[in-house]
Ligand binder design. Structure first.
Ligand SMILES: Cc1cc2nc3c(=O)[nH]c(=O)nc-3n(C[C@H](O)[C@H](O)[C@H](O)COP(=O)(O)OP(=O)(O)OC[C@H]3O[C@@H](n4cnc5c(N)ncnc54)[C@H](O)[C@@H]3O)c2cc1C
Length: 417
């Protein structure tokens, strides 16, 4: 039986651990926190996952919360008109539409999912080691395993993997992030029956994403500000009190997005750990890390491709990466997991991840005219809105119409005549 060490118990690490376990591999999982510590700890993400990524969980039969989590059927875009302040009736929106996703999306609080998956892994006989691994630990342990996978997210172990400058156009954070999980949010009055991710864009300032989730206390909604560094939304870093964080979130909504504020006047935090603030530079890394004694380890998901959450892709990518790596491991049979195999395994994932990275980095930049035309036309023609929204599930389709002005114009002409 082949022995595999997985370091980090997030979306990719646990999905891989459970997948390998079900195929008969002997898996050891190292986590720096216990399931209870994760469950009672701070929120980590907004973790909205689209159909393709959710399908990988269904394939492994680990979609334990699918029937309880809200089904996100739509994705909406609203753009604040320049200089708009006030008018809670929503009249200040320059663009406002909601598209239909072909398959529903879902957000299950990672505190719920990772704690539950970790307990399942242990119940199924997996070896769980609670330890924050350092490079020296990996050096010691790796030689005892056929393969060591580093799935530790954006933590310190990324220092083992060199930055891929050619694939990383930004070297500083492009957004400050501020998340609040709340109960008591009202529906959007213009389509109260549609559960949707609402993307609210404030040109030159940032974005607010609002979406339903399943958290430790049941159904909730997430208010997620992404602020351009140094701008008016970049004010959460020094706020330590969660209620102050929520008050600032709402104050900024009232100022910039009165239509979202109007349904948020009665919200309260889900729990004392329901807020998160931070920032990081989007970075693609080289996939293979070399240990001091010469052994090789393979990086997974955020360790090797960490995009800004502006397009809500990281958990999706972690699921897709875990699925691709699982297939590569199983297909490799009893052959050695050498450097060539590691590179080929990452390259297979990069086929998908390159489209996610391109989409995300494009959305961080000010939109060019042809993108504004697409987003504007989506308000007139439903099929344009639907195609753009489904690009969040499969960003490779965006290559066909979104980035290149000629392709965008040809697409719009073909749809609108
Ligand atoms: C504010 C915010 C909003 C987001 N919203 C979305 C969204 O809507 N949709 C989406 O798809 N993605 C979203 N993401 C991104 C998504 O959460 C991540 O990309 C995804 O969780 C990455 O999965 P992973 O398995 O690579 O790492 P993680 O999920 O980060 O898991 C890594 C695990 O390793 C553990 N660890 C770290 N260091 C060590 C160590 N030395 N030893 C042992 N364990 C260690 C960590 O504690 C953690 O449990 C968001 C991210 C943020 C910050």
């Amino acid at each position: 039986m082949r022995k595999i060490l997985i370091v980090g118990a997030g979306q990719s690490g646990l999905q891989l651990a459970l997948g390998l376990q079900s195929q008969g591999y002997e898996v050891t999982l190292m986590s720096n926190r216990t399931a209870d510590e994760i469950r009672s700890g701070r929120v980590m993400s907004t973790q909205c996952m689209f159909d393709t990524a959710l399908q990988h969980e269904r394939d492994l039969q680990i979609n334990f919360w699918e029937s309880q989590a809200p089904r996100i059927e739509g994705l909406g875009v609203s753009v604040a008109a320049p200089g708009s302040h006030a008018a809670p009736d929503g009249s200040v929106r320059a663009i406002d539409w909601v598209a239909k996703l072909d398959g529903y999306a879902q957000s299950v609080d990672q505190r719920v999912k990772m704690a539950g998956w970790m307990e399942t892994f242990a119940q199924r006989g997996g070896q769980l080691v609670i330890h924050g691994a350092a490079v020296s630990d990996l050096d010691f342990f790796a030689s005892r395993y056929d393969l060591t996978l580093v799935t530790a997210g954006k933590g310190e172990l990324v220092s083992m993997f060199g930055r891929d400058a050619a694939r990383s156009p930004y070297d500083t954070p492009q957004r400050s992030l501020a998340v609040a999980y709340v109960h008591g949010l009202g529906p959007r009055p213009e389509h109260p029956d549609v559960e949707a991710v609402r993307c609210n864009l404030v040109p030159g300032v940032g974005e607010l994403f609002v979406m339903p989730t399943l958290t430790t206390s049941g159904r909730a909604d997430i208010l997620f500000w992404e602020g351009i560094p140094g701008g008016p939304l970049d004010v959460f870093q020094d706020i330590k009190d969660p209620n102050e964080h929520l008050a600032k979130t709402l104050e900024l909504m009232e100022t910039f997005l009165p239509w979202e504020y109007a349904r948020a006047t009665k919200v309260e935090l889900t729990d004392g750990n329901g807020t998160l603030a931070g920032r990081y530079a989007p970075t693609v890394r080289k996939p293979i890390g070399r240990l001091p004694s010469g052994g090789l380890v393979l990086g997974v998901a955020d360790v090797v491709v960490a995009n800004d959450p502006i397009t809500g892709q990281g958990s999706n990518s972690a699921s897709k990466c875990a699925a691709a790596y699982l297939a590569s491991i199983v297909e490799h049979g009893d052959k050695p997991f050498d450097g060539d195999w590691m590179q080929a395994t990452f390259d297979r994932y990069w086929d998908t991840a390159q489209h996610v990275t391109k989409f995300t980095n494009a959305m961080l930049a000010p939109p060019p005219e042809h993108v504004l035309n697409i987003i504007g036309a989506a308000g007139q023609v439903q099929s344009i809105a639907d195609r753009f929204a489904n690009g969040f599930d499969d960003p490779s389709d965006l290559d066909n119409f979104f980035y290149d002005p000629d392709k965008a114009n040809a697409y719009l002409a073909s749809v609108t005549g």
